[in-house]
Design a protein around this ligand. Structure first.
Ligand SMILES: [Zn+2]
Length: 688
């Protein structure tokens, strides 16, 4: 490879990795699997080693990803959070050991082997035994404060358990450290992942690729009430800063014992072994048992056990930037994902409710991770072009915790001359309208509002459980009504008559009557269900509820201005603009009017106490109040017409703070948001 070729490839790899980092860390919606990502990063690292003159400047190999996002207070870690070097290869694992033997001067090294849980890294700070703060990894130096969300995790003690031991055990001390950072991983069990994705699917919203992405997306929700509805879990295993230093433990295994003694959730199994052969045997044991775990385990973390030895070997630094990157004393051995090779028989296109056209590979059925796979997502036109996927190609299909298998790469050696490059259509496969590129995105969209497929999916969404929840109006019935020409639009549903339906089914009187009654019964459905059912881009169930609370009628919502919409807590400009744009379109306004003429009269949310002291006000709760529980305080705020929010922003009207109020109180002060104690709060709402 010439220097010029290397330079071109390095630039290409860097750009690609930056894009994937963005998708992975910030949007929690990756396009490629870890294995493929690691392979790209490895190729880049090798090129940079081979051509050191090209290695200068910002490069993804020299930094950890960055998960920091808008809306959170940023907090510096006392000790940087690093990422581990990965390997999929036994030889590399043995080289890791050889380097340590050389550095320490002994080949009898003690290691721990822990399951690597595929979750979201977090650092918890306990001060004198009390949980004060939870912060994401961020860029390694500074992360987002997610304390309120982490506190919703069941099974995570907010106070450490005092030791019962008398103190004669060297490794388990009675007193709590003044300050200790404990590192761990937030994750979701597979069953919980499936449950939440089902809800997403019913709501017509994008599915999460795997439990890790869902956990990452959840921990970054601004509304901790929503977080509490999802069963996040946490496991703790790592030590960050600690004051006084070491506080009585001197090894990873004694630290694990201490975590357990404090009542913290820890990995269900870990191995303390000597020598690399024993490490390798433990990894084999873990691999054999991990499929029985209720959560995704994608590898094993091997750590040098003794903290003193860890200090001797230290960290791999980033040259002039004096930044710790990855510890030399630890290594992640990752299990290769479940993959299978099969042939692509066809590429089909799905048109969604919003008009997004998604390419899907129709596969020769193949057994993968215990299930028969017939279809795999190809994500979008750019991904097809990048991987040069063609009909007739043999491809590797991967299923690594994802519900939807993905095509990873083409087996080029097996490509036959008949395989011609795939040309992404320029027209909608259903209505033949020329496709347009999604604004600022990678998707191709069918812009035709009358596209039959979009119409079908819109009606399905309107009737679905997550929206109007109309009895008896599932996908099959919607399909039947459309093909028989009985409905063309959503308002047509409310004009259906029993006699129109009778010819559709043999002796279908009961069915027809029930369906018509079922639809009629939902004329007065909750307003938020109707708003959600309209299918406004960006507006899920939670936003629909916010809109219903704020505007209380479709007419008020339809005429709401952009500045009114952005006032809503948790509404970004993107959502506000989407709402504005939707109601700005003549066809949409006409449909809403038609619905009202057809008798749709949604029920607004229960009125807050008339003239309640907190009408239109947003309140953030923090700390422990002297007499009120969190639930009681929330109820009082809502009864007084206010809304409880999980995070402090400029839109917050009051912060109700109790004892041990943490970062939210600081943020309130810095933004000049009025802070109330319980007595002042009760006075404000007229209860004292
Ligand atoms: Zn179309």
């Amino acid at each position: 490879m010439t220097t010029a070729q290397a330079q071109a490839r390095i630039e290409q790899l860097r750009a690609e990795l930056v894009r994937h980092d963005e998708r992975y860390y910030r949007e929690a919606r990756p396009e490629i699997g870890d294995f493929e990502y690691d392979a790209l990063k490895k190729e880049l690292a090798e090129l940079e080693t081979k051509f050191p003159e090209l290695a200068a400047g910002e490069t993804p190999t020299q930094r950890v990803g960055d998960d920091r996002s808008e809306g959170f207070v940023r907090v510096k870690h006392r000790m940087a959070m690093t990422t581990l070097d990965n390997t999929y290869d036994e030889t590399e694992l043995r080289e890791f050991h050889a380097r340590l033997v050389k550095a320490i001067g002994s080949d009898d090294l003690a290691y721990t082997v822990e399951p690597k849980i595929d979750g979201v890294a977090v650092s918890l700070t306990y001060e004198n035994g009390k949980l004060m703060r939870a912060v994401t990894r961020g860029d390694g130096e500074e992360g987002d404060d997610v304390t309120a969300n982490v506190k919703t995790i069941r099974g995570l003690p907010h106070a450490l358990k005092a030791d019962e031991k008398s103190g004669d055990d060297l490794f388990v001390t009675a007193a709590f450290p003044e300050v200790i950072e404990i590192r761990g991983e937030i994750f979701l069990r597979d069953a919980e992942f499936t449950r939440i994705n089902q809800i997403q699917e019913e709501a017509g919203e994008a599915l999460y690729a795997n439990p890790r992405n869902l956990a990452a997306g959840t921990i970054k929700q601004l509304d901790s009430k929503l977080v509490a509805t999802r069963r996040l879990e946490i496991v703790l295993y790592g030590l960050g800063a600690c004051k006084p230093i070491q506080a009585g433990f001197d090894s990873q295994s004694s630290f694990q014992a201490q975590l357990r003694a404090w009542g913290l959730p820890v990995v269900e199994k870990f191995w303390a072994v000597r020598g690399i052969d024993a490490v390798w045997a433990s990894i084999g044991e873990l691999d054999a048992m991990r499929r029985g775990f209720a959560y995704a385990t994608d590898g094993a973390v091997v750590k040098l056990d003794q903290f003193l030895q860890q200090a001797v070997v230290g960290y791999r630094g980033a040259g002039q930037a004096a930044r710790k990157l990855s510890p030399r004393w630890a290594c992640a051995y990752k299990f290769a994902p479940d993959r299978a090779e099969t042939r692509i028989n066809a590429i089909s296109l799905q048109v969604g409710r919003t008009g997004a056209v998604t390419p899907v590979a129709e596969l020769e059925p193949v057994l993968l991770a215990g299930t028969t796979v017939k279809r795999a997502t190809l994500h979008n036109a750019d991904e097809i072009a990048r991987k040069d996927v063609r009909v007739g190609d043999f491809v590797l299909v991967e299923k690594a915790g994802e519900i939807i298998p993905a095509v990873i790469e083409v087996v080029m050696a097996k490509r036959t001359p008949e395989c011609v490059a795939y040309v992404f259509p320029t027209e909608c496969p259903v209505c033949e309208t020329p496709l347009v590129r999604e604004e600022g995105g990678v998707k191709w969209m069918c812009p035709n509002v009358a596209c039959p497929e979009k119409v079908r999916r819109k009606i399905e969404h309107f009737a679905s459980k997550a929206s109007l929840d109309i009895d008896g109006l599932g996908e099959e019935v919607v399909d039947l009504l459309l093909t028989k020409g009985l409905i063309k639009t959503i308002p047509d549903l409310f004009r259906l008559k029993v006699e129109d339906l009778l010819p559709l089914k043999k002796s279908g009187e009961v069915w027809a009557t029930n369906l018509v009654n079922g639809i009629a019964a939902r004329r007065t459905a909750d307003l938020w269900r109707v708003i959600h059912g309209l299918g406004i881009p960006q507006v899920g169930a939670a936003s629909a509820k916010d809109l219903a609370r704020r505007f209380r009628s479709l007419d008020a919502l339809a005429t709401a201005g952009l500045n009114e919409l952005v006032q809503i807590e948790g509404f970004g400009e993107k959502t506000a603009e989407a709402v504005r744009k939707w109601f700005g379109e003549e066809t949409n306004r006409a449909m809403v009017a038609e619905l009202q003429v057809a008798g749709l009269a949604p029920t607004p949310p229960a009125e807050a106490a008339a003239g309640g002291a907190l009408v239109g006000k947003t309140v953030v709760l923090t700390g422990t109040l002297p007499t009120l529980s969190r639930e009681q305080a929330t109820e009082k705020i809502e009864t007084a017409g206010g809304k409880v929010s999980g995070s402090v922003s400029r839109k917050t009207h009051y912060v109700l703070a109790g004892e041990e109020a943490g970062s939210k109180l600081e943020k309130a002060k810095s933004l000049g948001v009025p802070v109330l104690d319980e007595a002042e709060f009760l006075k404000l709402i007229g209860e004292n």
